[in-house]
Write a protein that binds this ligand. Sequence first.
Ligand code: OAD
Length: 251
Amino acid sequence: MDTTDEQRLREAAQILSHATQVAVLTGAGISAESGVPTFRGEGGFWRGQSAMELATPEAFRRDPEGVWEFYRFRIAGLEDVVPNDGHRALADLESRSDRFWLITQNVDGLHRAAGSRNVIELHGTLDRARCQACSYRCASAELPDQPVPACPTCGNRLRPAVVWFGESLPDEALARAEEAIGACELMLVVGTSGVVQPASSFARWARSRGARVVEVNLESTPISDVADVSLFGPAGVVLPRLVDMSARDRA
Ligand code: OAD
């Protein structure tokens, strides 16, 4: 880190040390150092198709078997994946905050695995599957062994319990995210390209009601325009330093 980076880190730590109500928004970048591919990076392709083309209701209607193959691959890929220092730093930050919300667009479950408690999974989770017709849900580990698993209750197709492009977010997750944005004094935005709604507007909204915004990313994003401070570097390196420094400032 050069002097400017170091100054920015100090400034962000100061802001964090004064905030008792903290909301965090994370995206795929926080899990990159755990080996989970990001969406818009080089790893966002599977058998030549973009992950974003497969994560749609249209793809599932057209080729349910292919979409399930892709998701089984993603679920299996998570078996050996563990949280990194960035996830752990956010769990640590939660334990030091009076009120804390962790809004994530990730479906990998790594924030929960790292010990974060108030996690809002905006895009659902790969841990679970649900029936597309009835209210049946099950753990992905218990899926029937069929190319397109069928619901044991109604016989319809089961699908991963994630949000696909073009679908609305789960009401409960959205309501909790809105509560976080409406109450936080600081919004920390980590590892998201900031191009997918509504998550991309959360920082702007928090800022408009007076919250401070700190961003951690490898590069600048649309969120950089509204951030008080942008910290450029890997989340697994920057977040532990930020959280430690703010804890020392507070002491
Ligand atoms: P993206 O793949 O769009 O963006 C990942 C961001 O993380 C980029 O801005 C990278 O610069 C940054 N990044 C990569 N490695 C990093 C690291 N080690 N430390 C810090 N930052 C890093 O992922 P998302 O913004 O999460 O939606 O994408 C948002 C949504 O679009 C996803 O949840 C998914 C996707 O299509 C659905 O599936 C509905």
